[in-house]
Design a protein around this ligand. Structure first.
Ligand SMILES: [Fe+2]
Length: 221
């Protein structure tokens, strides 16, 4: 019999069950985390509001087309996914656009340093576009360690997909399905195909109602 310390025992049901969902922080706890790390009010307003909007998009998608997944984990993942953006601001309040793609791994590090479990910190490093492959990193000279940054769970897929419908432009805007597809087409037909697969699974959000709720316009192109 194996003596490996992590080997499950047949009579120990807890060791062979799927891992339980992590303790999920409340909306207020996540808001406080954003406030602690935002270098200025404008950054907090832009990033935290975007995260709240993405959570609303994901929530609406789940309402319209229920899925077998952990809705609480999706909600927390949406609220946390962009916290790494705060680490891209300089002292003058300018954002480092050249390294913008690094916000994912910066957010993962921030959450890890804050004691958050991997199931939550992964939302930061695995939400960009419809997923980045190591080939994407090399081919496009992306400022990231060469690795795959792909959604691995249905929860990560939904956060990633919901994020494509809202942009932190100033002012922030909602992005239509056709505009999102056009944006992804620049990175190859495989990206559009992946977006279409998400759309087939999760459906499309009702952007006019979300735009009215948050007061952000809808960008068609
Ligand atoms: Fe985002």
């Amino acid at each position: 019999m194996s003596t490996h310390p992590s080997a499950p025992h047949a009579d120990d049901a807890t060791s062979i069950s799927p891992p339980p969902s992590p303790h999920l922080p409340s909306d207020d706890e996540i808001r406080a985390l954003h406030a602690r790390h935002a270098p200025r009010q404008g950054a907090f307003d832009l990033v935290h509001t975007h995260c709240v909007v993405v959570a609303a998009v994901a929530g609406q998608l789940l309402e319209r087309r229920p899925q077998v997944l952990d809705a609480g984990l999706v909600h927390a993942g949406c609220l946390l996914h962009d916290v790494g953006v705060y680490r891209l601001y300089d002292d003058a309040g300018r954002i480092d656009r050249a390294n913008y793609l690094r916000h994912g791994i910066l957010g993962e590090l921030l959450l890890r340093e804050s004691g958050y479990p991997e199931a939550l910190s992964r939302f930061c490093s695995h939400h960009t576009g419809v997923g980045l492959t190591r080939q994407d990193v090399v081919r496009h000279h992306l400022p990231l360690p060469v690795a795959d940054y792909l959604a691995e769970t249905a929860e990560e897929e939904l956060v990633m997909y919901a994020d494509t419908f809202h942009s932190k432009s100033e002012p922030p805007v909602f992005v239509t399905t056709s505009a999102a597809r056009r944006g992804l087409a620049r990175f190859g037909p495989d990206k559009v195909a992946r977006f279409d697969a998400f759309a087939a699974r999760f459906g499309e959000p009702d952007l006019p109602s979300l735009a009215a709720r948050f007061g952000h316009r809808i960008r068609e192109s």
